[in-house]
Design a protein around this ligand. Structure first.
Ligand SMILES: NC(=O)c1ccc[n+]([C@@H]2O[C@H](COP(=O)([O-])OP(=O)(O)OC[C@H]3O[C@@H](n4cnc5c(N)ncnc54)[C@H](O)[C@@H]3O)[C@@H](O)[C@H]2O)c1
Ligand SMILES: [Zn+2]
Length: 366
């Protein structure tokens, strides 16, 4: 991995959530300094780390000295994001007599963060959780905003709570071991933030793909910080997704449907979102909401990032049917996020089946 000559400094974003504010620290080595951050945040002294075997094998040494408690490891994988995993955490906490003066530290990707966060939200009616996200997706998205939860056999993320973290430490160094496909999956979400809220970010990512893929801290730090700032600002305005938070779902209506019709086996979440963004942009151009040149810029950066799994064999009507079951259908209306150019969005409720179907066909590589 190329090392820059000088290490960039860290940065932070403060997020107001109700009456409390929590800090997101972003930077190389952010997790090594976590003891000081925990003390500064005045969090309860008894600390339990929740992680998974993959992450723990790679990075446990970073966390030496944070706690004397054995880490609570849950199995690695989306299929284990369920109440059984939450139960394992409860078992460990209860058997070690963890009381309310306990801090849970989630060290891992979005799965660990969501499961550990849900356990923290519910154990003794709630103990603080610190998120130490170790995937790019978790650093820019899932560790921020307080949505925690697990899947049910009948659907993703059906059981959950809002439980804001007490602190987030996004350590860029930990991304060095992330497989390229996982990294890229997170980068699609970064592109999403650019399209919904910041032309500057979009351009920075488009121009900086090589340095980003090389995990150069100097490239990652400003990009991750800006994503945290954008998500933090949106969440501050709308903790429970009644309005502005919907913009974060850009690309997700179609993305979720693609994941569901392929039984969550074909796509990494971000890859499905990449297609979803292309579909939404296609519809936006047709409606005259987005200039064609900007749709092309989005398509170009997605293409440059690398290959996406095939979609040619997926029937449009199957995808449409799945979309109708989307959680974002409120009182029978599908709220669909369209890009209004790069850096802005609009939410519409009148996207027709014909528009969706045409767009799904149009984005297929010929
Ligand atoms: N709560 C939210 O607001 C929110 C938002 C978006 C996504 N999510 C959830 O996040 C989950 C997806 O998160 P994800 O993409 O991080 O997947 P993940 O947690 O499954 O991690 C992906 C893989 O990378 C491994 N890994 C993690 N860190 C690593 C590292 N530093 N080096 C090497 N390997 C590492 C993991 O063990 C796993 O195998 C989904 O369950 C999704 O529902 C939640
Ligand atoms: Zn997403």
């Amino acid at each position: 991995m190329p090392q820059p000559s000088s290490s960039p400094a860290s940065s932070h974003v403060d997020v107001r959530a109700g009456t409390k504010t929590y800090r997101i620290v972003v930077g190389p080595g952010a997790s090594r300094g976590i003891c000081g951050l925990l003390d500064a945040a005045s969090l309860p002294a008894r600390r339990f780390i929740v992680s998974n075997p993959t992450v723990w094998r790679l990075h446990s040494e970073v966390f030496e000295g944070i706690t004397r408690e054995e880490p609570i490891l849950i199995p690695d994988g989306e299929r284990f994001k369920n109440l059984t995993a939450v139960g394992r955490i409860y078992d460990a906490l209860i058997s070690r007599s963890a009381d309310r003066a306990t801090t849970i530290i989630a060290v891992g990707g979005g799965v660990v963060g969501d499961v550990a966060g849900f356990a923290a939200a519910t154990y003794l009616r709630g103990v603080p959780v610190v998120q130490v996200p170790t995937t790019l997706l978790a650093q820019v998205d899932s560790a921020i905003g307080g949505k925690v939860g697990v899947n049910h056999a009948l659907g993703k993320n059906l059981i959950g709570a809002f439980h804001q973290p007490a602190l987030v430490a996004a350590d860029i160094d930990l991304l060095g071991t992330l497989p390229r496909r996982e990294f890229r999956a997170g980068l699609y979400e970064v592109v999403k933030y650019g399209v919904i809220a910041s032309r500057d970010l979009f351009e920075q990512v488009s121009a900086g793909l090589t340095a980003l893929f090389a995990r150069e801290p100097a490239a990652l730090l400003p990009v991750i910080t800006e994503c945290c700032r954008i998500k933090g600002a949106i969440v501050e305005q709308d903790e429970r997704e009644a309005g502005p938070r919907r913009a974060l779902n850009f690309g997700h209506t179609v993305g979720h449907a693609l994941e569901a019709v392929t039984k969550y086996r074909r796509f990494r979440h971000g890859e499905a979102v990449a297609y979803g963004m292309l579909v939404a942009a296609q519809i936006a151009v047709h409606r005259g909401v987005m200039p064609e040149t900007e749709r092309q810029a989005l398509a170009a950066v997605i293409t440059q990032m690398g290959p996406l799994p095939a979609v040619a064999d997926l029937a449009a009507d199957k995808i449409l049917e799945t979309m109708a079951h989307d959680k974002k259908v409120v009182a029978g209306q599908l709220h669909f996020v369209l890009p209004a150019g790069i850096g802005a969005t609009t939410v519409v409720t009148d996207v027709t089946t014909a528009e969706l179907s045409d767009a799904l066909v149009a984005i297929r590589p010929s």
